[in-house]
Every structure is written in structure tokens, then in C-alpha cells.
Design a protein around this ligand. Structure first.
Ligand SMILES: Cc1cc2nc3c(=O)[nH]c(=O)nc-3n(C[C@H](O)[C@H](O)[C@H](O)COP(=O)(O)O)c2cc1C
Length: 329
């Protein structure tokens, strides 16, 4: 498998991404995926917010934005998958190139900008899936939506996906959609959460809803967010998205690239946010994500207060071996 990982590194990051996921999909369709990757990990039988997980390790949003690879990814042994971010309308995202490897630091920098095929396309995939494990859907706003329209975008997606999702993630933390992170500010967040709360009530939604936050917020902002979440019908927080703080990078060339950093340089920062949230609230439900490249990193997220852990960059760099390293140790 190392041969394939080396081969993928010769392709552009986006091409390598779709090539590898399409290869997985083909192996899954031919029913031979399990010959290549061990997937029968012990069922840990985790019950979290009424959902049953066979283990606590899942994919982070962005890996399968449109739900094109649900059955193949589900065949690798993950305890859950999160698809999206999806927006009401399809959009192409920022101009290419927009994903950059920084493998020297086990990291990626991206400024994709919510490229996705729109919520209706995702829903059509959710209707077709055969994967039976837990599935989260991550929703966002279109780049061109401003003011109230931005809030409305979340409501449109929530209404369309809630029947097909086990949980829903409200993503306010992509650094690549202009001003999206303003939704972390108390007044803006309050408007968003109130609107979502109302919709949850009106539509009688009983699925858990999470808020996915940025690692670049101050303790004060995060404390406010915790208060808002605790006073709402949200179940918890996913911490965190990518960071725009490049101070921890060694590679000077990467520092010049605009975008969000993921992978190893994000590990400490995102785990600190997790610990901070847990120190402020012992009950709030947490999903940890950011920089997990080993079982040790995974354990750190759990010890910091996460009930579930997600991976993206570690999976891109190491492939399915990472799942085995985490779940078999
Ligand atoms: C190429 C790329 C695309 C991403 N797209 C999304 C996205 O659409 N929605 C989202 O909530 N997070 C997205 N993320 C952030 C990841 O879900 C995750 O929060 C972040 O990368 C930190 O985890 P990691 O260090 O394991 O990659 C993306 C990350 C990468 C590298």
C-alpha cells in the first residue's frame, strides 16, 4: 500500500484525493476492500447521545463533501462518518490550486472554500447509501449569501438533511468563506442559534446538533460559545476546524500560503481548546478533531474530554493504516 501512497504524492493533492477515494469505492464495489484493509475491529459498543458507535474514531468533514464515498469509507472500520460541508446551492469554491501539502510537518494547508455539489445532491446520496453506521452531516452557508440569507442557508440544509442524518454539524469555522468566522461573535451566534433552535422545534428534530468551532478564538469567545450552546438545543461542540495561525510552522514557504492548516501543527492548539471547554463545562458533549496522527494523539483527545475523535489529514497522509494503529492498540 506504501507504493500507492507514494504514487498519490506525485499527483496534485486534489487529484490524489479523488483518485484514492474513487479507488476505494471501486474496491468496495468489487467487494474486495476487506482483502486490502482489515476492518473487523472489536465493537466497543459506545452509546453516545442515543447513537450506537462500534468505536469512537470517525472521519472529519471535508473528506467526503458530497457523500460520494460513504459506503467505501464505512467499509474501512471507522465508527462513524461525517460528510459535508454542504451548502444549499452547488458552488465551485476558490480557484485552484487551493490544497497544498506540507508533509515535512505532517500537515496540509487548504483554501477550498466549501466546493460542493449542493445539499440536494448530498441527500440523493444519503438515500442510496447502504452503510449502516453513524453518519453526521456537516452544513454551511453559500459564499454569496449575506446577512439573513446566511442564517437561512443553515435552515435550508437542516430541513433537507435531518431525516437522513444521525447528527448534524453547524459549521461556522471554515477560514475559507469570507466572514464566516464572524458567526463566533456573541451577537451573531445568538441569532444563528436562536434560528436553528426554532427550526429544530418547528420540524420536531430529535437528532443531536453540534457546533463546529475554530481553534483561533480567544478563551473569552469560547466561554461565550459554551454558554450559548448550553442554553440551546445543541448537544455539543466539535473542536476544531483548521487554524490560520502559522506561528508553529517551520516551513517558511508554507507560511506564505493563504488557507487553513491541519495535521500535526494543529494538534496542541486544538487539544488545548478541547481541554479549555471541558474545564468550563463538565457536561457539554465534545468531539475532538485536529492533528490526530497516532494512537497517542487519539488518547490525548479522549483525555482532554472528547467522547469521539475525528481524523482527516492523518488519514490522507497515512491511509487506512492510521485506523488500524488507533483501533488495534
Ligand atoms: C482539504 C480539507 C478540506 C476540509 N473541508 C472541511 C469542510 O468542508 N468542512 C469542515 O467542517 N471542515 C473541513 N475541514 C477541516 C477538517 O474537518 C478538520 O477539522 C481539520 O482538518 C483538522 O483535522 P485534521 O488535523 O485531522 O485534518 C477540511 C480540512 C481539509 C484538510
Amino acid at each position: 500500500m506504501n507504493f500507492f501512497l507514494k504514487l498519490f504524492k506525485l499527483l496534485s493533492p486534489e487529484l490524489a484525493h479523488s483518485f484514492s477515494l474513487n479507488s476505494l469505492k471501486l474496491l468496495h464495489k468489487l467487494n474486495i476492500l476487506r482483502l486490502f484493509f482489515k476492518k473487523n475491529y472489536k465493537d466497543e459498543n459506545v452509546i453516545f447521545l442515543g447513537m450506537h458507535f462500534k468505536n469512537r474514531l470517525g472521519t472529519a468533514a471535508g473528506l467526503d463533501k458530497n457523500g460520494d464515498y460513504i459506503d467505501a469509507l464505512g467499509d474501512l472500520g471507522f465508527g462513524f462518518l461525517e460528510v459535508g460541508t454542504v451548502t444549499p446551492l452547488a458552488q465551485s469554491g476558490n480557484p485552484k490550486p487551493r490544497v497544498f501539502r506540507n508533509y515535512r510537518e505532517n500537515s496540509i494547508i487548504n483554501r477550498l472554500g466549501f466546493n460542493n455539489k449542493g445539499v440536494d445532491y448530498l441527500v440523493s446520496n444519503l438515500k442510496k447509501k447502504t452503510y449502516k453506521g453513524v453518519l453526521g452531516v456537516n452544513i454551511g452557508a453559500n459564499k454569496d449569501s449575506i446577512g439573513n440569507q446566511r442564517i437561512n442557508d443553515y435552515l435550508v440544509c437542516l430541513e433537507k438533511v435531518n431525516k437522513y442524518a444521525d447528527y448534524i454539524t453547524i459549521n461556522i469555522s471554515s477560514p475559507n468563506t469570507p466572514n464566516l468566522r464572524d458567526l463566533h461573535d456573541s451577537e451573531n451566534l445568538s441569532i444563528l442559534i436562536n434560528a436553528i433552535d426554532k427550526s429544530i422545534k418547528d420540524l420536531d428534530i430529535s437528532k443531536p446538533v453540534f457546533l463546529k468551532i475554530s481553534p483561533d478564538e480567544s478563551d473569552e469567545t469560547i466561554s461565550n460559545i459554551i454558554t450559548h450552546v448550553e442554553n440551546s438545543s445543541f448537544s455539543g461542540i466539535i473542536a476544531t476546524n483548521t487554524t490560520i495561525d502559522k506561528s508553529m510552522l517551520v516551513n517558511e514557504e508554507i507560511k506564505l500560503i493563504d488557507g487553513g492548516i491541519s495535521g500535526e501543527p494543529l494538534m496542541n492548539k486544538s487539544t488545548e481548546k478541547l481541554s479549555y471547554i471541558r474545564s468550563k463545562s463538565k457536561d457539554i458533549k465534545l468531539i475532538g478533531v485536529g492533528g490526530v496522527l497516532s494512537k497517542e494523539d487519539y488518547d490525548k483527545k479522549i483525555n482532554a474530554g472528547a467522547s469521539l475523535v475525528q481524523v482527516y489529514t492523518g488519514f490522507i497522509i497515512q491511509g487506512p493504516k492510521l485506523i488500524n494503529n488507533i483501533l488495534n492498540n
